[in-house]
Design a protein around this ligand. Structure first.
Ligand code: HEM
Ligand SMILES: N[C@@H](CC(=O)c1ccccc1NC=O)C(=O)O
Length: 289
């Protein structure tokens, strides 16, 4: 006779008696997370409502939540660089890198939106566009892609304008790191340390031998080497996000002009030529054994 198969798995789990069920006077999940607010913040505009507009809204809202945390962590990393607390700064950067990977993988969700589905509600988006994301622009500013002209987009949003104005003036994460290097004894030219930090970063050839020393010397403190590689990782991850955005845009709207007024794919392509930390890439050409 065949043995009966024993199934230990069940389809119902008992709720333990100790599980709390009365939240009239106690903090609950929804209360702590303000879910009423969060989950009533999706307002599709299409009429009749298009099934896929909710996907579009949630993809953007989750991206904005992650960008909020990226900004929070990068600001803390910059503060920790200023305090010469390299270990903790790198912990913040590790979190940023993990968020970036999640944001890049998230494009696969929007990739399920077909061109026709998007065309059916695109008209309801009017002139709104990701180009107007102040948090995205804030991250770019903090990483060194400063552009005063971008502020004009935010003239009708005073808080966003003020935040970007501040980030435009302040030192970038890279500025803060170069100051760490100067304090650690590396010969960073003084005009770099005193530069007008509201200007975009421009390539400095004289930094390349300094990075070469960091990369080639066995005496380099590990944290400094690691910080250099982390910056390269951040730039790499940023470019991967831009590339997936570009490819998603191309498969969804082809070569149509953007709702924000740009040429679309062509405009986005040009962002792939941008670099935050050019010397950290240039040094690779010089590295020997
Ligand atoms: C079907 C989906 C999407 C399409 C067709 C699309 C299209 C575009 C286009 C054409 C631009 C150029 C500016 C313009 O003229 O509008 C742009 C910029 C931008 N989009 Fe999207 N986008 C999509 C999804 C997203 C998502 C999910 C995000 C996440 C936040 C996003 C963030 C941005 C950002 C930050 C920019 C500015 C990029 C830059 O300055 O280089 N986009 N998008
Ligand atoms: N620029 C997009 C529209 C778009 O994607 C969008 C519209 C409103 C809010 C966020 C958006 N996302 C990224 O640009 C387009 O041209 O179709």
């Amino acid at each position: 006779m065949e043995k009966p198969t024993v199934h230990s798995a069940q389809s119902v789990r008992d709720i333990e008696d100790t599980v709390r069920t009365d939240f009239r006077h106690a903090m609950s999940y929804g209360g702590y997370l303000d879910l009423d607010h969060l989950l009533s913040s999706q307002h599709p505009l299409s009429e009749p409502e298009h099934h896929d507009e909710l996907l579009f809204i949630i993809q953007h809202q989750t991206s904005e939540l992650w960008l909020k945390l990226v900004l929070h962590e990068l600001l803390e990393a910059r503060r920790l660089f200023d305090a010469d607390n390299l270990g903790k700064a790198l912990k913040c950067i590790a979190r940023v890198k993990a968020i970036q990977r999640t944001m890049t993988e998230q494009w696969s969700v929007l990739g399920t939106l077909t061109p026709r589905e998007y065309a059916q509600f695109r008209g309801f988006l009017g002139s709104s566009s990701g180009f107007q994301s102040y948090q995205y622009r804030g991250v770019e500013f903090l990483l060194g892609n400063k552009n005063r002209g971008m502020l004009r987009v935010f003239e009708s949003e005073p808080e966003a304008h003020a935040l970007l104005g501040k980030l435009l003036e302040e030192p970038t994460l890279y500025d803060a790191f170069l100051r760490v290097l100067a304090r650690a004894g590396y010969d960073i030219p003084s005009d770099i340390l005193d530069r007008d930090t509201s200007e975009p970063w421009t390539f400095r050839k004289d930094l390349v031998p300094i990075f070469q020393k960091i990369y080639e010397s066995d005496d380099t403190p590990w944290g400094l080497y690691e910080a250099c590689e982390d910056l390269v990782d951040i730039e790499d991850n940023f470019q991967a996000w831009r590339f997936r955005h570009l490819r998603t845009v191309q498969r969804t709207i082809g070569f149509k002009v953007g709702t924000g007024g740009s040429s679309g794919v062509d405009f986005l392509k040009r962002a792939l030529d941008l670099t935050f930390f050019p010397e950290l890439y240039a040094v690779r050409t010089e590295i020997g054994n």
